[in-house]
Design a protein around this ligand. Structure first.
Ligand code: URA
Length: 209
């Protein structure tokens, strides 16, 4: 399933991020804010279980808590820019990391880091990366998790294109994909058009003046 999360706040913040004159500080805060807004919507599908708490006036309250553990897996490095925004809403979430970089010559995905929490295989997993371009990095990341037996995976990106969406859907029909925008196409360097440039560089201020 592909879901484009349509919200005026997401649209306006994403427009700020697309602007080439937006500073890395502003890019970063907007990325985290959009991640929060998206996750607020995505978590509607998650189930809760009952939990009893005692209120300060000694009342036994039958409340609710998420029925499973949740963990976030940012694809390094740009995915890191979404973690804080998600943790603001789900502070109990654990964070795994998958390091994948794009080979500049053949655009293949190369893995250099993998560290995932030791939790139940049916935990809720949010794989996060702002850009879903060719889909190769996200596909590799999800493949590692599936091979380990995790079965409850959602992919959360800001901007994607059909090519990446199709790759994930054909490799992992059970993985839901969430985007803030489905953009037009990839250019000859596999950048998303109109896109927002190199998300990692813009997030960390590693290019330009
Ligand atoms: N990764 C990016 O950071 N930007 C793109 O446009 C595509 C992949």
């Amino acid at each position: 399933m592909l879901v484009i999360i349509d919200h005026p706040l997401i649209k306006t913040k994403l427009t700020t991020m697309r602007n080439k004159d937006t500073s890395h500080a502003e890019f970063r805060s907007n990325l985290n804010e959009i991640a929060s807004l998206m996750v607020y919507e995505i978590l509607r599908d998650y189930q809760t279980k009952s939990i009893d708490v005692t209120t300060p006036i000694d009342y036994q309250f039958h409340g609710e808590t998420l029925d499973k553990e949740i963990f976030i897996v940012p694809i390094l490095r740009a995915g890191l820019g979404m973690v804080e925004g998600i943790l603001n809403l789900v502070p109990q979430a654990r964070v795994g990391h998958i390091g994948i970089y794009r080979d500049e010559q053949d655009f293949s995905a190369k893995e250099y880091y993998y560290k995932i929490p030791n939790v139940s295989k049916d935990s809720y997993i949010l794989v996060v990366d702002p850009m879903l371009a060719t889909g190769v990095s996200a596909s590799d990341a999800i493949n590692k998790l599936v091979k380990e037996g995790f079965n409850n995976i959602k992919l959360v990106c800001l901007v994607g294109v059909q090519q990446g969406v199709k790759l994930i859907q054909s490799n992992f029909p059970n993985v839901d994909i969430y985007l803030a925008s489905l953009d037009e196409k990839l250019n000859e360097n596999n950048y998303i058009v109109p896109g927002l440039g190199d998300a990692g560089d813009r997030l960390f201020g590693t290019k330009g003046k």
